[in-house]
Structure formats: structure tokens, C-alpha cells
Write a protein that binds this ligand. Sequence first.
Ligand code: SF4
Length: 362
Amino acid sequence: MKITRRKTRTVNLGGVKVGSGYPVSIQSMTKTDTMDVAATIAQIKRLENAGCEIVRTAVKDAACCKALARIIKKINIPLEADIHFDYRLALKAMEAGVDGIRLNPGNICKEDEVKKVVKAAARRHIPIRVGVNSGSVKIPRGGISNEELPSLMAEAALDYIKIIEKLGFYDIMVSLKASDVLQTIDAYRLMAKRCDYPFHLGVTAAGPELSGTVKSALGIGILLAEGIGDTIRVSLTGDPVDEVIVGKHIIQGLGLRRFGPEVISCPTCGRTEVDIIGIANRVEEALGRIRDEKGKLSGMRVAVMGCVVNGPGEAREADLGIAAGKGSGFLFIKGKPARKIKESEFVSAIISEINKTLERKA
Ligand code: SF4
């Protein structure tokens, strides 16, 4: 199955092009106090190293904007300012040099205020994300049903976009995040029929690492599989670096981009006679540390299999594979059995073969 992206406009966020003509980009959000410049820079550096392509930072007050000016000088990826309640913070953040602004229609809604932000963004060629959250959407008196919430979110975004478009401004991205997976999917699907702006996808407040990963993979993954979505943020209650790693796995799992070798490992069972869980984790960790800026390892598959039942088959189909036995295993290279190796050498043998591949392709 080939994913056909929904056709959108292109928005340039500090050099990262967002839209259907460009790869789905990965973003995250800092979790430090923005005023703590050193800690925020350090966290953004870790995100850059993990492959984050756009970072967002909370802007709580004017002092944060001053901090942003210092942070921006030290980082290498575009920074989007997350603005709520006070439109003047958006103006100050733009003066500080941010590459994008996120506005929440639920709490910056006076037309004259929105227009001031739009005019400043137009002058500086800075895109605006209309970021609707289910928690801050205005619910009509008398309430609404769960099924009605997605269309209310889409309408809130469309009304806001109308205000922005009146000024001839079209550098717009849209997000419609709910903490409920199906509501999120529904909101984006509805919006996809109503505009051609690029979408920032995410399930908001998805939860801690495990449940948050599953909810994000479902919400973001289902939409991406339908061709909807141009940049993603996995939202986890945890280290933002994990958000980037999970985001990469979602995008790579759908074949939309390749970030490096894919690890295929068996779940283990009563036949397993080596520590496949530990070995697979160590292989994935070691592969994650290899710097492959030119994508030479993209599309490569590395199989770590526990026994001779499915092991040789999977190992043969992968670029590199190990089919384990008791205390040892067979290394397969490009489908051919290469040599017998000891269990203690599994990880080093794979990494050494990967390095040889890198040297060959250099
Ligand atoms: S490959 Fe072998 S050890 Fe792994 S799950 Fe399958 S049967 Fe079990």
C-alpha cells in the first residue's frame, strides 16, 4: 500500500518546509522553565541530536521572550513560540526572533488582537499555527455530545482562519488535538475536507510513556496512513527525546521516511535459549547512536531472532540477521549464512557489519 499525501500548501517554518510536497517532520516541546536559558538550550541540543526538526517552547510572560532571544542564538533548529491568553507575547516573541507562532483560538480570540499578531507575522514572514485544543474550545450553553466535539474544533479553527485570511495571510498550519484518539482523528478528517493548509498532528495529553506512545501511534498513525498530516508531535508525560524517538518510529513504521536501520526482533518464547530481549534492546540502542546524516543505512533491516523455527527465514530476508541457538547463533548477511558467532558477540558483530556498510558506501 502506498500512502498518498493530502495536497496542501507549503509553509516555511525557519527553513523547514511543512506540507505535502515535503517529508513529514518531527517536532517536540521543551519541558524546562523557558527562563532557565542554559537548561532549555541543553534540552534543545538533546532534541537536535535525537533528530527533532522543530522545537516549541512555552512563553508565559515577557521575561520568557527575553530568554528566547538568548536561546535562539545557540540552537540549530527552528523554534515555535507557544502563546496563550496574551497576544502581546506573540509580538514580543517575534521580536526575539522565533520562527513560528502557535496561537490558541480558545484564549486569544479578539479579532483586533489576532490581526495585530498576523500583521507582525506577515512583516517577518513567520507562519502561524492555529492550534485548537479540545480542552479550550468554547462549548455552547447546554453542552455538546462527544460526537459533536470534533466538528466544533474544526469550526473554531475555520472561524479563526477566516480572520487571518482577511489580511491576505496564508502561512497557516492547523492542529486539532483532543486527548481522545477518535475525536482527534475525526477533527482532522473533517478539517481535511475544508482547507488545504498543512496539518500539525498530535493527540494532546496522551499520557505517560507506554499509554501515550500507543495513543499517539494510533491517532497520528491512522491519520498519516490516510495521507493526512505534515508534521507531528508525540505528546508524552516524560523525556521529550522519547517523543522524537516515538515520532520517528511512527513515520518509519508507515514507510513515510527512513531514519536508519529497522530492528526486527522476535517476541521470544519457550524455545528461546539466549537473552534476545537484552540483545535486541542493545542492538537498537547501538544503532540509534550511529550518526548516519547522509541516510546510508536508510531502509536497512536488522533481524534478531530467538531460534531456528522462524529465525533463519527472517534473518535471511533482512540485510543483517542473527538466528540464535543455544549460546551461539548464525549471522546472515544479505540473505546468506556468513558465520557462526557466540552469544556474547551478537551485538558487536552487527555493529561491525553496519560500520563496514557505512565504509563501503562512503
Ligand atoms: S523466533 Fe523462535 S524463539 Fe523467537 S518467538 Fe519465534 S519460535 Fe520463539
